[in-house]
Write a protein that binds this ligand. Sequence first.
Ligand SMILES: CC(C)(COP(=O)(O)OP(=O)(O)OC[C@H]1O[C@@H](n2cnc3c(N)ncnc32)[C@H](O)[C@@H]1OP(=O)(O)O)[C@@H](O)C(=O)NCCC(=O)NCCS
Length: 392
Amino acid sequence: MEEQQKILNTGLRGVTIASTRISDVDGNAGRLIYRGYLVQDLADRASFEEVAHLLIYERLPGEKELEQFRSRLAAERHIPDEMVAALKTRPSGALPMDILQAGVCMLADHDPDIREQSREASDRMAVRLIAKFPVLLAAWERVRTGKPVVSPRTDLGHAANFLYMMGGEEPDDEIAHFMDVALILHAEHSFNASTFSARGVASTRAHMYASVSAAVGSLSGDLHGGANVRVMQMLERIGSVDAVEQYVNDELDAGRVLFGLGHAVYKTDDPRAHILAPMSEKMCTRIGEPQWHAISKKLEHKGKEIFKQRKGIDIYTNVDFYSASLYYAMGIPIDFFTPVFAVSRVAGWTAHVIEEQFAGAAQKPALYRPESDYIGDYCGPEECTFVPLKER
Ligand SMILES: CC(C)(COP(=O)(O)OP(=O)(O)OC[C@H]1O[C@@H](n2cnc3c(N)ncnc32)[C@H](O)[C@@H]1OP(=O)(O)O)[C@@H](O)C(=O)NCCC(=O)NCCS
């Protein structure tokens, strides 16, 4: 009973619900690893394609394998014409994450493996989803702004091609590299809300696309992937370095959340924020708008300080904090920040769906099925007596 009480109302924090070989977050040490490799090493030395291969195929690719993997991704860089036509029927103000979630379900219609349940078929579906997310989103950005959809380039890397299809111009090496690093940093993060959503759906033996569309919905929320959009809106509202302190006090007085700060797992700096911060600084300086980085820096400092004074606890920047000013300075539309997160995280989601499908009973029972604590009414010691509609 005591144990049961401890678990109630924790949102599953601290409760281990399955084993995984994909990633580990040590929230106290500020350490994140993907299949044994430190995320810092991967960001420094690998490409997003290598990381996606690592997540899906459980090992870093050799040179030839990487070449083949890149070619497979490039060959899948297209979406059906019917989907582009369908995008043209959507209102231009539609939320990009809704477009993405609906798009994932439409992609299922066209996947030749959709009824297959083999590991090989799931691998192929994962590769298609990773390849098509940027294509679908870039097509939507072009359609909603009344511009012609840009055909993909097979000679560009994953990150560079995404930027090319969004903006219609080939990005320079620095911007393409920053996007590549950002994609690596967001690719995987153990049993966060969206990954748990994907795994919960996969545990019912629903297919890869059903699982990934659930994850997209989950990522869209402000407390998860949607936080990067809210961070940028916050920076815009603050407007200047001098206004930071007042803003922090006002928000906390009003009981509102400071976006990009705090984490359910990290109790120290998120290692990804340390890599994103200098990229944000460089890009903001490069576009002649250093204020976005400067406001972020001051907000980090004052947010931590004031939070500690008021609540007596430490708070740290999370992955969304500096990615906001970085994406902004890279020219990504603000409401596309969360979709960019999804372009990366789809690699982690699909790896988790595959693990859920094929890991076997050693890691957990087949189906997720937690308990709840019913705190609703009974009409007495027994259930309520049903009263017919006309008599109520
Ligand atoms: C992510 C988040 C939901 C984690 O919340 P959590 O698991 O409750 O984290 P903690 O246990 O450390 O929070 C302790 C307290 O600080 C509050 N808190 C945490 N982060 C906060 C923030 N950024 N702004 C204001 N208050 C915050 C919590 O609400 C909680 O308050 P309570 O004790 O009155 O319930 C929370 O930090 C948050 O809302 N952050 C902003 C949104 C964000 O950036 N999300 C992206 C996460 S990657």
